[in-house]
Design a protein around this ligand. Structure first.
Ligand SMILES: Cc1cc2nc3c(=O)[nH]c(=O)nc-3n(C[C@H](O)[C@H](O)[C@H](O)COP(=O)(O)OP(=O)(O)OC[C@H]3O[C@@H](n4cnc5c(N)ncnc54)[C@H](O)[C@@H]3O)c2cc1C
Length: 351
């Protein structure tokens, strides 16, 4: 029987980040994954942005999680010998005089914001329409999610720590102090990182997941050159050579991964408000985010089985939240350190 400290089902962003975190802490892991079951992590633009444009405040725990994510990905690039991370600003194209005033008011009234008080004016007038200026967010960045997940997969394969097969929960034997899988693998803990598909299992159907379908476009925009993420209703992530990912749509309750004309029209309509250069659509992808009713991740121990844990519910923020949350889950499982109440799944299960 092969033994590991942790058995993980799912190697999207959550499973990859958790596995790396456990390995960094000297734990052994075994991961079971079949990537074609859920595309979310691979279609994601991989942007992390610590500023909330609607409320003009830093996002939840941004001062901790954003620099933690940057440091985590830099370290992971060294460990994995791969290149997938870039620190880059987010440029918020201000829609009107009202939004410009709100930005300036927020920056004048609050300290420690990732938003910068100085606005940019018309940096690329030939391709970008920005009559009300641009607000700059720092502390942000992006990861190439496919390159990252592929590099983690490679590391797991080298360690003999990856089973590339469908995880079947009926083959999981659960004991008070551990699990056995398929008569071949034993672990102290099992962690569910199956994304929105956790809802289709019997053991984790209780999780209050709310699938949120999203689509992205891969584009060429002639004459637009920038390293910043651009955002006005839709975002544009630069890939180099005037190639961009445009995202994203939000459709609650949908679990199919088919692309739609409606989503394409919606995103191109949003781009038309700030891009004046010619756009060519090269590809379109869809995935299903594991979102949660209260928009916070789901971490912690299964309410009935102490050997089972959950690292899920990352919604649209896996790239920024998962590195820090993985260390929180590790400390909780190993040392009983309390989880942040906002993400502890017991907020839904305790009476
Ligand atoms: C269009 C779009 C754009 C997005 N953009 C961003 C972004 O810019 N920044 C950001 O942070 N987030 C973004 N997201 C959200 C992000 O993709 C999710 O938060 C994240 O991918 C969730 O990762 P996960 O590993 O929890 O789940 P998933 O990505 O669903 O991964 C689960 C993994 O488990 C596997 N699996 C499931 N069940 C089984 C089984 N029974 N057996 C074997 N394998 C199994 C799946 O195939 C998959 O490999 C975006 C999402 C979408 C859809």
């Amino acid at each position: 029987m092969q033994r590991a400290d942790y058995l993980i089902a799912g190697q999207g962003l959550s499973g990859s980040i958790l596995a790396l975190t456990l390995l960094e802490a000297g734990k052994t892991v075994h991961v079971i994954d079949r990537p074609e079951l859920s595309a979310s992590s691979r279609v994601a633009a991989g942007i992390y942005n610590p500023f909330n444009f609607r409320r003009m405040v830093n996002t939840w725990e941004a001062e901790t999680v954003a620099p933690f994510a940057t440091a985590f990905y830099r370290r992971a690039e060294q460990t994995l010998g791969a290149s997938f991370h870039q620190s880059r600003p987010v440029w918020k194209i201000l829609a009107d005089a009202g939004e410009r005033a709100l930005w300036q008011k927020a920056c004048a009234e609050r300290t420690g914001l990732f938003a910068q008080p100085e606005l940019l004016e018309s940096p690329q007038p030939q391709a970008l329409y920005t009559p009300h200026g641009i607000g700059v967010v720092n502390g942000s960045g992006s990861i190439d999610t496919v390159a990252f997940i592929t590099a983690v997969k490679q590391l797991l394969r080298q360690k003999g720590a990856l089973t590339e097969a469908v995880f079947d929960e009926t083959r999981l034997r659960i004991h008070p102090d551990g699990v056995e899988y398929n008569g071949q693998l034993a672990a102290r803990r099992f962690v569910n990182c199956q994304g929105h598909l956790a809802a289709q299992t019997a053991l984790f159907a209780f999780l209050p997941l709310r699938p949120m379908k999203g689509e992205v476009l891969h584009l060429h925009i002639a004459g637009l050159t920038t390293d910043a993420v651009l955002n006005r209703g839709a975002y544009l992530l630069p890939l180099g050579n005037q190639q961009f990912i445009c995202g994203a749509t939000y459709e609650a309750g949908q679990t199919t991964e088919t692309t739609t004309e409606t989503a394409r029209t919606e995103m191109l309509g949003k781009l038309a408000k700030f891009i004046t250069a010619p756009i060519t659509v090269n590809a379109q992808f869809a995935g299903v985010r594991p979102a949660v009713k209260d928009r916070r991740p789901l971490l912690g121990v299964h309410p009935q089985h102490g050997a089972l844990a959950v690292f899920n519910g990352m919604g649209s923020k896996a790239a920024m939240l998962a590195p820090w949350l993985a260390t929180q889950l590790l400390a909780h499982l190993e040392n009983n350190t309390p989880l942040p109440a906002e993400v502890n799944l017991n907020r839904f299960t305790r009476n």
